[in-house]
Write a protein that binds this ligand. Structure first.
Ligand code: COA
Length: 389
């Protein structure tokens, strides 16, 4: 039998707090329909002061370690654009919180929202070299934009952990991949800034060009006919972007269908992103979780993926859902994760938005707020101190 490689298990975590777009609209005077229908967002996850990309990443991965054990994992690839350190990989903190063996490598990857897909492809190459090993891929981000900016409505926070290996239980990843890179400035965050700079309209145009470019390369390398795919999972800085991307792909490829049919191929991927907001590297994989958790039987269905990271790098690839995948889903845990979040009012949201960690290298305790499995307990001599809750 030919060995297959792909995603064996998938679990996500998000933050302790949630701000609804209704609350945002009431305060900013924007007609709420612009958020609900115009950008396709209902709510966004907001991190508590004792949460960061490490606590969310460890919370996402914990159920995977509990189910499969740590022994086959020799690599942790952590993708983020909310890095907490210029040198040390957040993956090392996560490995420590998860109790992974010392005989493990941990690395952090960056290329805006795309790097989770780079991590997935690198993981597939590693397990191809040695099918007895598994790779823990974690995408984790907190999306933050300036108060009062157009991007403010497209914030959010989440982490998705995936166990990648041979003979996967959820999704076989296929070759080829279609690739596209262009040196553009649609979204970036210099080291001295906590909030990103974004030209939203330029980013929409760049995203659509990247759909076209990545699809062209995918086709030239012998990829599937576009009509073979059952569903299309796009990167979702806001869920409406996935629909824009799909309409553009349909135009470029001659894919026929009514507006309703084109929407139906994307809607099942958007349920989680609608209420979590942008989670950068995690966003497309949250889309995959939504698709698997919310669709009728997808056994043997070919799924299309379009991953985009501003700046920009993009990739189009396919995957096939594995028979029996439903026995391995975490749908009720994912629902509970979202329902556990505490709604906050506008004043509290603004206070959390403006809060920054001290930079003086002193000892600082961070009061307990999150009920997540891990928390950022404080700072000491420029080190982050984590603990289990
Ligand atoms: N009811 C329904 N829809 C409405 C509406 C209303 N009352 N008011 C406006 N809209 C629609 C607009 O027609 C538009 O839809 P369209 O794009 O299909 O034409 C949509 O809402 C957004 O309106 P727009 O005026 O373009 O919004 P904006 O200038 O506030 O910007 C973003 C929206 C998404 C560009 C902005 O939030 C942003 O830059 N976010 C960051 C995106 C990002 O992170 N990109 C980088 C990673 S890919």
């Amino acid at each position: 039998m030919t060995e297959t490689y792909g995603i064996h298990d998938l679990s996500f975590a998000t933050s302790h707090y949630v701000l609804t777009h209704q609350v945002l609209a009431d305060e900013t005077g924007v007609e709420v329909g612009k958020y609900h229908r115009g950008i396709g967002q209902d709510a966004m996850s907001i991190a508590a002061p004792d949460e960061d990309i490490v606590t969310m990443a460890a919370a996402a991965a914990r159920p995977i370690i509990d189910r499969h054990g740590p022994d086959d994992i020799r690599t942790v690839l952590l993708a983020t654009e909310t890095s907490i350190d210029q040198s040390k990989s957040a993956g090392v903190y996560v490995s420590s919180l998860l109790g992974l063996p010392a005989a493990t490598r941990a690395v952090e990857l960056k290329q805006a929202c795309y790097s989770g897909t780079a991590a997935l492809q690198f993981a597939l190459a590693l397990v191809h070299l040695d099918p007895s090993q598994r790779v823990l891929v974690i995408t984790t981000d907190i999306a933050k934009y300036e108060l009062g900016s157009a991007g403010e409505a497209t914030q959010g926070a989440a982490a998705v952990a995936m166990l990648v290996g041979a003979d996967p239980a959820l999704l076989r990843i296929e070759r080829p991949s279609g690739l596209y890179t262009a040196d553009i400035m649609d979204f970036w965050r210099p080291n001295y800034r906590t909030a990103a700079l974004v030209d939203g309209q330029a980013s929409i145009t760049a995203y659509l060009q990247a759909v076209e470019g990545a699809w062209k390369d995918y086709t030239e390398r012998g990829g599937r006919d576009v009509r073979e795919f059952t569903a299309f999972c796009y990167h979702q800085p806001f869920t409406k972007m996935a629909h824009k991307g799909h309409r553009h792909l349909a135009t470029c490829t001659g894919l026929e269908g009514s507006d309703e049919e084109l929407r139906a191929a994307v809607v099942p991927t958007t349920h989680y992103n609608r209420v979590v907001g942008n989670s950068y590297t995690a966003s497309m994989y949250l889309g995959l979780a939504s698709l698997l958790d919310h669709s009728a039987d997808l056994t043997d269905a070919p799924i299309a993926f379009f991953s985009y990271g501003s700046g920009c790098v993009a990739e189009f690839f396919g995957g096939t859902v594995v028979p029996g995948y439903r026995n391995h889903l975490r749908t009720s845990a994912h629902t509970a994760t979202l329902q556990r979040r505490r709604p906050i009012d506008f004043a509290r949201y603004r206070e959390l938005h403006d809060r920054e960690l001290p930079r003086d290298g002193g000892d600082h305790e961070i009061p307990r707020e999150t009920a997540a499995p891990y928390r950022l307990a404080g700072l000491s001599h420029h080190r982050r101190i984590y603990e289990s809750n």
